[in-house]
Design a protein around this ligand. Structure first.
Ligand SMILES: [Zn+2]
Length: 261
């Protein structure tokens, strides 16, 4: 039997819900064929925690370094130097999460755009991929790349948009991450046709743990974990009429290429 390998490209493992049983969660992930996890960071302080966790198993974890749009109001010019310094760590493989979130607007739109533009610039300078977050801000998000000759890989994570947004991203050369959102028959109804017919060359999968537990799972506490990534792969395999083995191999190889591993 051929070995299946999963790469969870986005898990918020610094979240307090993992404080008590972090190693246990990782053990279970490994037993379920997860071979690599990218721990996503949301701030300078959070990046330091991500790195500390990553160092527990250097062959298994990588991290992102950056400031999430929710925290853009806290952004200072001096953060750029801190991001550069932290990114010297060999386990930092992307800048992010960065982007725009006009759904929650936890930070002002102006500050989100400023914080985002600065991190695009840093990623270009450091030659690191971008880990992107976009919610209810598609036009402004695309505008941030208008006058930029993007030389680094960029993934729009947790894609929940429509066909137009999807192909806008591909046209721009972006990669796209899918979460357990697509397992929700109601919230993902508009995406079924797209997922069924989309090309897989730039598709990757993620859990966004502890959020977005796949709807079909009945789990006490509703906490999502990396081991549940199989549900995302299964959903795409079924819609694409391909074997789980085949799509999983594609996603794993894509992820390695994306993060330049
Ligand atoms: Zn996000």
């Amino acid at each position: 039997m051929t070995q299946i390998s999963y790469f969870d490209i986005g898990a918020n493992l610094t979240h307090e819900s993992f404080d008590k049983d972090f190693m246990d969660v990782i053990e279970k992930a490994k037993l379920n064929n997860i071979k690599k996890i990218c721990i996503t960071s949301t701030s300078i302080e959070d990046t330091k925690v991500s790195l500390k966790l990553s160092e527990k198993d250097r062959n298994f974890f990588i991290t992102t370094c950056g400031i999430h749009p929710h925290y853009a109001d806290t952004f200072r010019e001096s953060n750029i130097e801190e991001i550069k310094k932290l990114s010297e760590h060999p386990l930092v493989k992307a800048i992010g999460e960065t982007g725009l979130d006009f759904n929650r607007n936890f930070s002002t739109k102006e500050n989100q755009i400023l914080c985002f533009n600065s991190q695009i610039e840093v990623a270009q300078e450091l030659n690191l991929p971008l880990f992107l977050h976009q919610r209810d801000a598609h036009k402004n998000f695309m505008d941030c790349f208008n006058n930029i000759d993007l030389k680094v890989n960029a993934v729009v994570h947790c894609f929940t948009g429509d066909k137009k947004e999807f192909y806008d991203y591909l046209d721009k050369g972006f990669w796209i991450g899918f979460t357990g959102w697509i397992c929700d028959p109601i919230r993902a109804e508009h995406m079924i046709d797209l997922i069924t017919n989309m090309p897989l060359e730039k598709i990757m999968i993620e859990t966004d743990s502890p959020y977005l537990l796949p709807k079909n799972l009945k789990v006490k506490g509703r906490r999502n974990e990396p081991k549940f990534i199989i549900e995302v792969a299964k959903k795409i395999a079924k819609l694409q009429n391909k074997s789980l083995q085949e799509v999983t191999q594609i996603f794993f190889d894509n992820s390695q290429r994306f993060f330049l591993l």
